[in-house]
Design a protein around this ligand. Structure first.
Ligand SMILES: NC(=O)c1ccc[n+]([C@@H]2O[C@H](COP(=O)([O-])OP(=O)(O)OC[C@H]3O[C@@H](n4cnc5c(N)ncnc54)[C@H](O)[C@@H]3O)[C@@H](O)[C@H]2O)c1
Length: 385
């Protein structure tokens, strides 16, 4: 086996996603398993170079994880000029992303990035075009596709379980504390539109690829948004005005005729089995998929409830569903996607979750917000490079 070291500049690793999912659960986890076997006698050995604004935070991270202190930097330009670095990864706040990725493309790095790729469709498309013109490889995080629950749902679709798929109902959300008497569990920029926040910008990119890959491209969108909690308290305990939407009620019409309706909210208390759940109803059967679990009810086992409010419910409806078995081992979704992206670069494996796919997510968020502002239903035109 030959070991090939791949140096990856990781920007934004002090953040929630950058640290937990990308550094610890993906790149360091790949190192812990001994690298990534490319299947041709080569093992890739990812070497993260931590990039950020606060040197002491980067130093502390490197120390905590036994990484070389030489592999930290607060100077993005210098990192991008370093020819030993192949890949630029971005998990910064959304508003800082576009400019950094542009520089990285200009420096000839391969790009891997969190979503949304930019703050508007024009910017997102420009990144995709620049990346193509530069001939580099590019990928955008689409982690929900790799969730065990959704992988099982995909398996059901591929196996023809549903017959004709009629509709999808998605419920996403949980209560995000305001930050006064209990600390908020999400960063405050998420609640300020001027800082790239808002649940539409955050979640519609996910809904775009989930719907598109599993059920069909989104043809139209109609959204109603709200800022249910107008005041919150930031990381310093200071009150601020929440200027961004914290809930979005969306209806999506898909190619092929399926209708999806997804509620996304940071102002809802969970009365579900998981933080996100999708119910899919088809002529032959239905399923409810969450992050990890998936339950089904086949046509042949569908009960016949009769509407009668005068008597208590006689059936426990939740018990009438059957658990879909794992039948596989599911790795962390972020890590699974990183591995596919690395194989795309170094073993020429196919990969379609690229900056153009990322731009579709930005487009849906932009049109979702527009639809909410206008009170209209909007067509989602197909985009191309
Ligand atoms: N794939 C997913 O499921 C998922 C989930 C949550 C967030 N995200 C995306 O990941 C990105 C980071 O989100 P997060 O929740 O980790 O945020 P976070 O606030 O925890 O982290 C942000 C990171 O960006 C850095 N940063 C750079 N410029 C900054 C600036 N001007 N102000 C503040 N921080 C700055 C911070 O130092 C930090 O490392 C966002 O683009 C978000 O949309 C993706």
């Amino acid at each position: 086996m030959t070991r090939k070291t791949v140096r990856i500049a990781m920007n934004g690793v002090t953040g929630r996603m950058g640290y937990r999912q990308h550094l610890v659960r993906s790149i360091l986890a790949i190192r812990e398993q001994g690298g990534l076997d490319l299947g041709d006698g080569t093992v890739l050995w990812p070497e993260p170079v931590l990039v950020g604004r606060r040197e002491h935070a980067l130093k502390a991270l490197a120390e905590q994880h036994g990484l070389d202190q030489a592999n930290i930097s607060t100077d993005l330009d210098a990192v991008l000029a370093d020819e030993t670095i192949d890949i630029y990864f971005d998990a910064q706040v959304t508003s800082a992303r576009e400019e950094a990725i542009k520089k990285a493309i200009a420096a000839g790095k391969h790009i891997y990035t969190e979503k949304p790729t930019a703050t508007g469709l024009d910017g997102a498309l420009e990144l995709a075009r620049l990346a193509e013109a530069a001939g580099i490889k590019h990928g955008v995080v689409q982690d929900k596709l790799f969730l065990p629950g959704l992988l099982k749902l995909k398996r059901l679709i591929d196996g023809g379980f549903f017959g004709r798929i009629l509709s999808i109902r998605g419920e996403f959300g949980y209560w995000v504390f305001e930050g006064d008497w209990q600390e908020a569990q999400r960063p405050s920029w998420n609640y300020r539109a001027e800082d790239g926040g808002g649940i539409v910008v955050d979640m519609f990119p996910h809904w775009e690829y989930v719907l598109h890959e599993l059920f069909g491209r989104v043809k139209s969108v109609q959204a109603l948004t709200a800022t249910h909690i107008p005041q919150r308290w930031d990381e310093q305990g200071k009150p601020y005005d929440a200027t961004a939407d914290d809930a979005a009620y969306g209806i999506f019409e898909l190619e092929g005729g399926t209708i999806a309706q997804i509620n996304s909210s940071w102002a809802v208390r969970v009365n579900r089995d998981e933080l996100v759940e999708f119910q899919v109803d088809g002529t032959e059967g239905s399923a409810v998929a969450g992050l990890r679990k998936c339950r089904v009810q086949h046509r042949s086992a569908t009960p016949k409830p009769v509407w009668n409010p005068d008597i208590p419910a006689t059936e426990v409806f939740r018990d009438q569903w059957q658990e879909v078995p794992d039948n596989a081992e599911f790795d962390n979704g972020f890590k699974a996607q990183w591995e596919l992206f690395l194989k795309h670069i170094y073993a020429d494996a196919p990969y379609h979750w690229d900056l153009l796919a990322g731009a579709r997510g930005v487009q849906l968020a932009e049109l979702g917000l527009k639809s909410a502002a206008e009170g209209s239903r909007l067509e989602v035109p197909e985009i191309a490079l």
